[in-house]
Write a protein that binds this ligand. Structure first.
Ligand SMILES: [Zn+2]
Length: 109
């Protein structure tokens, strides 16, 4: 086999491995992004039908997935401020920080 076709083969193998990794990471994200009750996975599909999401984890671009996540986070924040007020939001954040400090002290994450 020539040097050039060896290089082409290496590139193809690398590309196939990257595509496979990408799909595995998409699957992990689909399974563990926090909407286990709204997942649809028949026939190899990886969709989330939660109203905050509506993402096709198999076909949507990474850019679109990030955008949907950001919009959902923004909506949750606005909703929280609307119902609880800004003061409570600061308190919640501080509680969260204290909780993660306590977990780190216990050796968790
Ligand atoms: Zn979701």
């Amino acid at each position: 086999m020539g040097e050039r076709s060896k290089k082409v083969e290496e590139l193809r193998d690398h590309h196939l491995a990257t595509v496979k990794d990408n799909m595995k990471l998409r699957e992990l994200l689909w399974l563990h992004h926090g909407h286990s009750e709204a997942l649809y996975g028949d026939d190899g599909e990886m969709q989330c039908n939660h109203p905050d999401c509506v993402i096709d984890f198999k076909r949507d671009s990474v850019e679109k997935i990030v955008e949907r996540f950001n919009k959902a986070r923004y909506r949750r924040m606005v909703e929280f401020i609307r119902t609880e007020g800004v003061g409570n939001m600061r308190q919640k954040i501080e509680e969260g920080e204290e909780m993660s400090k306590a977990n780190k002290a216990k050796g968790g994450k």
